[in-house]
Write a protein that binds this ligand. Structure first.
Ligand code: CP3
Length: 343
């Protein structure tokens, strides 16, 4: 197996570790902004395979990352279910909120794989274009995180509507989550069928739930998706990113059956090495703002992470997505530091 990411996710310790960055295709790249401008809307870019393949490959060409991540978004799943999604410039996503039984009944899981066919075409196109030693990562949002956008209708600070529903009527909220489990598994399996080597589940808002609800709406649906994906593709690694889970990262790892966990910036390195990396490979947790800062703080942060996780399987990555203000030169320096420029 030549792909370093797959070797590490199979449990091997590699020195230097493979490196890729969450949101590595995006607005910090001038070549992305150029393609984005001619695509029209953001979702138009996601649904035009030739353009989506191109922007996926841009960061690979420029920085030589060890993995490419499909260019798409977690909100293509609600879009596929029939809840129209739009992205307005500088304003984040907008959706017609799903808040009642009637809203739920309008969602159609049968529509997902048909509507998202261009995404699978993109995966196949990336697969063909990608060098043999670069892994291809497919992804989806986890049900809780996607549900927050579906119910709030936009990004949120306090999740009043989504949590309000979950507390008021956990049974019907569970129906929304069940529908998302189904749609998410279908979407991940289709990406693997089209050529993804690895899939990652983004649970960006996992950390805003108390532990009881974390178990029900983060761990349980993730466990169900993992078992459905494994039933179709037993050998494809699944990385979980329950951002903000704190000490619940351990229960998440043990109970969901994910292959590896991606760590947010707040997880202490020594704790993670002992409690998580002893069980499974870990990925993350560089502060995206340290990458914006560059210089000595960046070098120190990279050294801490590489030495903290040097004793086991480790994939170098950020603790959250790269920020649009990140200087290009800092990304090049980061890759050099990880690959041995610092040692
Ligand atoms: O990582 C990659 O390079 C692959 C592509 C990818 C995007 N979004 C492209 C994108 C991935 C993996 C995502 C995941 C995603 N999308 C998450 C989970 C991870 C995280 O960052 O927490 C979430 C919560 C979303 C939902 C979403 N998409 C929001 C809230 C926004 C608007 C905020 C923003 O940054 O503008 C998006 C838009 C989006 N998704 C952009 C990109 C490159 C920017 C859109 C643009 O080009 O204008």
């Amino acid at each position: 197996m030549a792909k370093s990411l797959l070797r590490v996710l199979a449990g091997e310790r590699l020195e230097p570790p493979p490196v890729w960055l969450m949101r590595q295709a995006g607005r910090y790249l001038p070549e992305y902004r150029e393609v984005r401008a001619k695509a029209g809307g953001f979702l138009d870019l996601c649904y035009q395979p030739a353009l989506a393949v191109e922007v996926t490959l841009q960061p690979i060409r420029r920085f030589g990352f060890d993995a490419a991540i499909l260019f798409s978004d977690i909100l293509v799943v609600p879009d596929g279910l029939g809840q129209a999604v739009s992205f307005r410039e500088g304003d984040g996503p907008r959706l017609d909120p799903v808040r009642t039984a009637a809203d739920l009944a309008r969602l159609d899981p049968g529509r997902v794989s048909r509507h998202l066919a261009p995404v699978y075409e993109t995966v196949a196109g990336i697969r063909t274009a990608l060098p043999d030693d670069v892994a291809l990562i497919g992804f989806a949002g986890a049900p809780w995180t996607v549900a927050t956008y579906m119910v709030e209708g936009a990004s949120s600070r306090d999740f009043l509507e989504a949590k309000g529903w979950l507390y008021r009527d956990p049974g019907s909220f569970q129906s929304l989550v069940d529908l998302l489990v189904e749609a998410t598994a279908v979407h991940l399996i289709a990406q693997i069928d089209a050529g993804a080597d690895v899939v990652q589940l983004f649970d960006t808002w996992a950390g805003v739930l108390p532990e009881a609800q974390f178990r029900t709406f983060v761990i349980e649906p993730t466990r169900a998706i993992v078992s459905m994906v494994r039933a179709a593709h037993a050998d494809v690694p699944i990385v979980g990113f329950p951002r903000g889970a704190g000490p619940l990262y351990r229960e998440y790892l043990l109970e969901t059956g994910v292959t590896a966990v991606s760590l947010d910036t707040g997880v202490p390195l020594a704790w993670a090495a002992e409690q998580l990396q002893s069980v499974a490979p870990v990925q993350g947790s560089l502060d995206p703002v340290a990458l914006v800062a560059g210089g000595v703080p960046l070098r120190q942060a990279v050294e801490r992470i590489c030495s903290g996780f040097g004793g086991g399987p480790h994939v170098f990555n950020l603790g959250h997505g790269i920020l649009p203000v990140t200087p290009l030169e800092h990304v090049a320096v980061l890759v050099e530091l990880v690959r041995g420029g610092s040692r």
